[in-house]
Design a protein around this ligand. Structure first.
Ligand code: SF4
Length: 298
């Protein structure tokens, strides 16, 4: 069979579902390629095109699709179903993204919370264990980026972090750790791990500031360098988010702003985008106040 893949969001990060589909089909003797409409026509169709879209705000694929069957998936299409079990359990085919040298995967799925702006509880449900680091690791790399949404809410996740502390593996939890669950003991476990760069936290409301401050003090006490602290900051109310970003920075936590987008992928306001641009460009952030930031020519 001729299997064609489309990573609708672009190739800015490896798409786990597409890598698993690729591995599964190759294992079954199928030919797998990135789809190009130039290779097909109405008279010469692929057997299956798989299209994966993670973000709601990404534009859909705009070119002709020539295939007997088209399968779409991903949060960007508001399709929350898991892959069939035999595909889900297949080790990803990293060869389709040769530009990345790390493994990706989940130790846990789901979350214990239900923040109103977040799709995770709807998509993944309550926290549960998913895999081990051994099953996630690539043989040719000692880096793993975990995509867990709340790994510290699960005993399995914590046990995995403890094991990782004894390994020569550099890790990142790119969706952020829940600072409410960072106790002194957890901070000690985190201090034993080797980090690719940052320990990412999430600070989406001002109520989280004292909690982040406490978590950071536990982690510093455990010996983690200040340069590792980093936090997502959701922007809904611009002034509130602005103050929160300043406070995080005062605490020595690098803020990373994300303008809120609803499930429909609606555009953030210009002011929300301006605040994010100001915060995330560290040259601008360190050289001018938001009040003085002029993103457009007058
Ligand atoms: S804690 Fe994080 S993952 Fe869980 S519901 Fe809130 S925003 Fe979503």
């Amino acid at each position: 069979m001729k299997i064609e893949l489309i990573d609708v969001d672009g190739h800015n990060f490896p798409n786990l579902a597409l890598m698993k589909l690729s591995a599964y089909h190759k294992m079954n003797g199928d030919k797998v390629n990135w789809y190009s409409p130039l290779n097909y026509s109405l008279n010469k169709k692929a057997d299956i095109i798989y299209m994966s879209k993670v973000f709601t705000f990404t534009k859909d694929y705009e070119y002709p699709l020539y295939a007997e069957k088209i399968v779409k998936g991903g949060t960007g299409y508001k399709i929350y179903e898991d892959l069939p079990e035999e595909i889900e359990n297949t080790f990803p085919d990293y060869s389709i993204y040769p530009q990345y040298d790390f493994a990706i995967g989940f130790l846990t799925r789901g979350c214990i919370r239900s923040c109103p702006w977040c799709v995770v509880p709807k998509k993944e449900g309550y926290i549960k264990s998913a895999a081990t680091w051994q099953k996630t690791k690539r043989q040719d790399s000692n880096k793993i980026i975990f995509l867990d949404n709340n790994v510290l809410a699960c005993n399995h996740g914590i046990a995995q972090i403890e094991e990782l502390g004894y390994q020569n593996i550099h890790i990142d939890f790119n969706q952020g750790l829940d600072a409410r669950l960072i106790t002194k003991d957890i901070a000690k476990l985190l201090s034993k791990c080797k980090w690719i760069e940052y320990i990412r936290l999430a600070c989406d409301t001002s109520e989280m500031l004292p909690i982040i401050e406490q978590a950071v003090s536990y982690m510093k006490e455990a010996g983690i360098a200040k340069s590792r602290f980093w936090a997502y900051s959701l922007i809904q109310d611009v002034e509130e988010a602005h103050q929160r970003i300043l406070k995080l920075n005062e605490m020595g936590v690098k803020p990373f702003a994300q303008p809120y987008r609803d499930y429909e992928g609606g555009e953030p306001t210009q002011e929300q985008k301006d605040l994010a641009r100001w915060c995330n460009n560290k040259i601008i952030f360190n050289s001018c106040k938001f009040e003085d930031y002029k993103p457009r020519k007058l």
